[in-house]
Design a protein around this ligand. Structure first.
Ligand code: ZN
Length: 75
């Protein structure tokens, strides 16, 4: 499922079923010996400030860019 650049290719049929358009963010979750692929819901607000600006999953938690910077400094 990986090409020469280490990118993971998702079969077109799966993309249609998951309604993943090209450029859409997805995330991979490891669950035992399985890998779960799911659409990354960018509509999820930051858990700290409820902001929607540049929210990304940080260790599985939706956190905006401002708080990600803080968490990286704290860890
Ligand atoms: Zn925030």
């Amino acid at each position: 499922m990986k090409d020469d650049n280490g990118r993971v290719c998702i079969p077109i049929q799966m993309r249609k079923e998951m309604e993943i358009s090209s450029g859409r963010s997805i995330e991979f979750l490891a669950d035992g010996d399985k890998t779960i692929i799911q659409k990354y819901e960018q509509e999820v607000p930051c858990i700290f400030c409820s902001g929607m600006h540049e929210v990304h999953a940080f260790r599985g938690t939706p956190v905006c860019a401002t708080w990600q910077n803080w968490m990286i400094r704290l860890h």
